[in-house]
Design a protein around this ligand. Structure first.
Ligand code: DAH
Length: 350
């Protein structure tokens, strides 16, 4: 009987040696320690043995089983590590020490990401809108359900002009104008409102590697009859999978913003480890990317749309953050530096 365990052990080791992928590993796991696996079958043979033989044989099979389990776990770790290394080698790594290419001009990385997003949303029937950088308090806050004394204003301190206007602290400031522009076509012709509006935003922030007083966002809204969270998830997943050229998983967590109800934080599966957990995603497998939600009835009302008839979703994508993720830029200040040495490294084809 002992020969049998040795035979199974040798066969297993030889098979494990040839494993290259997680799928192959799973196949071998089932083949050896699955319900009808070789090791499991050995245990079934015990019933034909004497008590004394049962004891030694049972022990030998258990040792083998543990060994197979350990070896499979070891191999799994090894394969995971290889996958991460491969992913890492595919991620473009921005290198500030690369010499400048001054022979031809190049687009700013945020422009590249913005244009790519515009193209994707256009192909899904969204209009691309431009909006002023100087807005009123009503547009930036009041129309978005953020009255004068609301604490949500604390996080969006911005720069005020003498005439009471301000530099917009988020692209949501254009929502009210967009609803007003398209509401007649929605009501009279049944045309859903589908628009994105990228733009530069400003906040009174102390700068560091992750914060700047000037950054870019891209807002998107869709309003029609019976729009639900599933529509929101579909459009976000499609867009992000196109931007990153791979299948992106998304998840929603609750998040509070006065202009959406319910509100969410949308996370994407980590681009480096694909969700397994690595230093880039602080071992959580997820990266926080885009706040979003179902447009608050008061916000629709302020835009002249009847919330009893229409619903919609909105999202505020951080374009600057997206560009940093896509191009591997670690310090946000590099993007606003205006340094040709930095900016000439990005080209259309990256
Ligand atoms: N405007 C928000 C900000 O900059 C982001 C945001 C959250 C936009 C939720 C949205 C949304 O459209 O639904 O902090």
């Amino acid at each position: 009987m002992a020969d049998k365990t040795t035979e199974v052990r040798l066969n297993f080791m030889a098979a494990l040696e040839n494993v290259q992928t997680m799928d192959e590993l799973e196949k071998i796991r089932v083949e050896y320690i699955g319900k009808k696996g070789y090791v499991t079958e050995l245990l079934k043979e015990m019933k034909n043995l004497s008590n004394e033989e049962k004891k030694t044989f049972g022990q030998a099979v258990n040792v083998l089983k543990n060994e197979v389990n350990d070896k499979i776990a070891e191999k799994r770790e090894e394969l995971k590590q290889k996958e991460i290394e491969l992913e890492n080698s595919r991620m473009p790594e921005f290198d500030i020490s690369t010499p400048a290419n001054l022979e031809r001009g190049s687009y700013h990385p945020i422009t590249l990401v913005q244009r790519q997003c515009e193209e994707i949303f256009r192909s899904m029937g969204f209009a691309v809108e431009d909006y002023s950088e100087i807005v009123t308090d009503y547009e930036c806050f009041e129309a978005l359900n953020i009255p004068k004394d609301h604490p949500a204003r604390d996080m969006q301190d911005t720069y005020y002009l003498d005439n009471g206007q301000l530099l917009k602290s988020h692209t949501s400031a254009a929502q009210n104008a967009i609803y007003k522009k398209y509401k007649d076509a929605l009501v009279n012709e049944g045309k859903p409102i589908k628009a994105i509006f990228p733009g530069r935003c400003f906040r009174n922030e102390a700068t560091d590697a992750c914060h700047e007083n000037t950054f870019f966002q891209m807002e998107g809204v869709m309003v029609d009859k019976d729009i639900s969270i599933s529509n929101l998830i579909f459009f976000m997943k499609t867009m992000l999978s196109e931007v990153f050229q791979k299948d992106i998983k998304v998840r929603l967590r609750p998040g509070f913003f006065p202009f959406v109800e319910p509100g969410f934080e949308l996370d994407i599966s980590c681009l480096i480890c694909g969700g397994e957990g690595c230093p880039s995603c602080k071992h959580s497998g997820w990266l926080e990317l885009c706040p979003c939600g179902m447009i608050h009835p008061e916000v629709l009302k302020a835009g002249g749309i009847d919330p009893d008839e229409y619903t919609g979703f909105a999202f505020g994508l951080g374009l600057t953050r997206l560009a940093m993720m896509k191009y591997g830029v670690k310090d946000i200040r590099d993007l606003n530096s205006g340094s040709l040495k930095t900016l000439s490294q990005f080209t259309d084809d990256k």
